[in-house]
Design a protein around this ligand. Structure first.
Ligand SMILES: Cc1cc2nc3c(=O)[nH]c(=O)nc-3n(C[C@H](O)[C@H](O)[C@H](O)COP(=O)(O)OP(=O)(O)OC[C@H]3O[C@@H](n4cnc5c(N)ncnc54)[C@H](O)[C@@H]3O)c2cc1C
Length: 563
């Protein structure tokens, strides 16, 4: 009998084991931020979810959900339209965890202070398991403030949207254990300019309307309810449209096809048509944008949280790999050029996380009637959505490169998926220009916004570098709110975000992080794009940190313990 033996030329050396078996919530910046926001009480739940997110089993669910893409079934075997989307069981398992941990609309049913912060932190942690299923989870969270514009609809559906039961399948919403909600605004001719929507809504005479038209992007089409914009006789109006009507019949919402997307592959994004579909108005007819903007604002917060989560995940994967992979006789992370790259990614991650959770705190307090926090959120949220989401693809690509060629390989790590998913948060809920222009709109229409923003930034006034950054922002605000302001909208949104991050890090971050951030990202001559005459600044590639920083103390913040 011949004995099989390992071929001598195929000895596997210097390969890094998969990063698994760690607590995703073992994140000092995150934990510090939630304690400041008054929700240290959520730490044990956060660690529970963090441990689950870091398991090899969850990572496998994430992989499967993305390689086994959702499949549309328009008709059944006998030719009847069914318009159902089949998901891999891994999708349902991820969704079940998200819903049962209250990442969807649960906080709206809970009066505990800082409950929205706890939910935000959990969303941040669980997004590091898989990002795509966060879409219906975010939309379900975000639809509640809009739905409350119609108290009778909110009374009927809010308890089910907040329920901890994941109950997939198309059945009358009233009889289900839990509901999910989506939104449909974007049409073929444009998504930014929703006032140009062509879908029509005709009063049916019983308080409902009949909607006819199409939506070019409608993600998670297996949701139970959708907020839809359509042109009613009164003007553009927000509607609640159920997939299944109270009598059990299917509403006339037809899924034409699913998009073949760059990333976000676990999630289904559909093109849909309505043929006299039944819907009820939400909020005042003719004031649809004002109503749905509440949903848009909440989903924008999740875009910031989701992007901050991707940045953290990318930094952790890169740091872990670089600590274990040897080159030229030493671990990669000990080579000064690589130490600088990992440190720079870590600094960016800490800034994004700290700001994201501060904004979640503002959202929590704004929801309880705090006007100053609402004003801060109104300007800081679109600014952060613009900047943090736009930074994510660059950071993800840099982190991927830390793994060299292995970073490019699908089954080696989640980095290829992270990179494919990374541009999305910047596109939906207001693409880059649109969110930057929204910052200008907030500042010009609501004077309280600038006051709230500067008051928050000035809290770090005792620090010389933070004070200089605040002075620079004041100058830019004066200049940018003039005649040609639209051209400067991106610069303004970027500089607002970086100055806010500076204020937060000056007050709350360890000295090593603050030193690195302030010496690399606060150049004034180049605005948010970098300092005059230097090659540092956020506009330059990562790893261009100046000398004299405590880089090991920084990279330690992205180092996790595996069990
Ligand atoms: C994966 C995915 C899922 C999605 N899911 C949904 C969904 O569930 N529901 C939904 O309603 N939509 C959804 N969308 C659509 C998304 O919200 C839109 O793509 C987005 O709002 C932009 O609209 P648009 O694609 O029509 O681009 P356009 O509006 O044509 O804009 C194109 C570009 O022009 C810029 N621009 C627009 N106006 C101005 C201006 N005044 N000044 C300067 N620049 C400007 C924009 O920033 C953008 O870069 C999804 C998109 C993706 C990619």
């Amino acid at each position: 009998m011949t004995q099989s033996r390992r071929h001598a030329t195929h000895e596997v050396l210097n390969q890094v084991p998969p990063l698994a078996g760690y607590d995703v919530a073992d994140d000092a910046a995150l934990l510090g931020a939630i304690r400041r926001e008054g929700c240290g009480w959520a730490e044990s739940e956060l660690h529970e979810l963090g441990v689950l997110a870091g398991t090899a089993a969850t990572q496998e669910l994430a992989r499967l959900a993305n390689v086994s893409k959702p499949v549309l079934r328009t008709h059944d075997a006998r030719g009847y339209r069914i318009d159902e989307v089949d998901f891999h069981p891994s999708w349902h398992e991820l969704m079940n965890t998200a819903v049962s941990h209250g990442l969807h609309a649960a906080p709206w049913a809970d009066k505990t202070p800082a409950t929205h912060v706890a939910r935000a932190a959990k969303f941040f942690v669980w997004a590091q398991a898989e990002a795509g299923h966060g879409c219906p989870i975010s939309m379900t969270y975000a639809c509640v403030p809009a739905l409350r514009h119609s108290p009778d609809l909110a009374a009927r559906y809010e308890p089910l949207l907040a329920s901890a039961s994941y109950d997939p399948g198309l059945r009358p919403p009233e009889g289900k254990a839990g509901l999910l909600a989506g939104m449909a605004m974007t049409e073929k001719q444009g998504g930014s300019d929703v006032r140009a929507n062509t879908t029509t809504a005709v009063p049916a005479g019983d308080g409902s309307y009949l909607l006819t038209g199409h939506k070019w992007f409608c993600s998670a089409p297996m949701c139970d309810l959708f907020l839809v914009l359509a042109q009613a006789p009164e003007g553009l109006t927000c509607f609640l449209l159920p997939r299944v009507l109270p009598d059990g019949s299917r509403n006339a919402m037809y899924i034409q096809r699913l998009k073949d997307k760059l990333g976000n592959c676990a999630n289904a994004s559909a093109e849909v048509e309505y043929d006299a579909a039944v819907a009820w108005p939400v909020g005042e007819p003719g004031r649809g944008v004002r109503t749905i903007i509440n949903m848009v604002s909440a989903t924008r917060l999740d875009c910031v949280l989701g992007s901050a989560a991707a940045i953290r995940q990318a930094a952790v994967i890169a740091a872990s790999y670089a600590a274990r992979r040897q080159a030229f006789g030493a671990p990669l992370i000990d080579h000064p050029a690589m130490t600088s790259v990992i440190a720079d990614l870590t600094v960016e991650s800490e800034a994004a996380t700290t700001l994201a959770i501060r904004l979640a705190g503002a959202a929590d307090r704004a929801a309880r009637g705090d006007a100053a926090e609402a004003a801060l959120l109104r300007v800081a949220l679109p600014a952060a959505k613009y900047w943090v989401c736009k930074r994510t693809p660059v950071i993800t690509a840099e982190a991927l490169e830390c793994l060299g060629g292995n970073g490019y390989v699908e089954d080696y790590s989640p980095m290829p998926r992270l990179l494919r998913d990374s541009p999305l948060n910047s596109i939906w809920e207001g693409s880059g220009n649109v969110t930057a222009l929204d910052v200008l709109r907030a500042l010009t229409t609501t004077p309280a916004c600038a006051d709230a923003l500067l008051a928050e930034i000035d809290l770090a006034g005792g620090d010389r570098r933070a004070a200089a950054a605040a002075a620079g922002l004041r100058e830019l605000l004066k200049a940018a709110l003039g005649a040609d302001s639209q051209r400067q909208a991106r610069q303004l949104a970027g500089q607002i975000t970086v100055t806010l991050q500076a204020s937060l890090l000056a007050r709350h971050a360890p000295a090593a992080i603050w030193d690195a951030f302030s010496s690399s990202r606060l150049g004034t001559a180049g605005g948010a794009g970098g300092s005059a005459g230097s090659v540092t600044g956020p506009g330059t590639p990562f790893g261009s940190l100046p000398d004299g920083l405590d880089l090991p103390a920084i990279t330690a913040r992205a180092t996790v313990t595996t069990g």
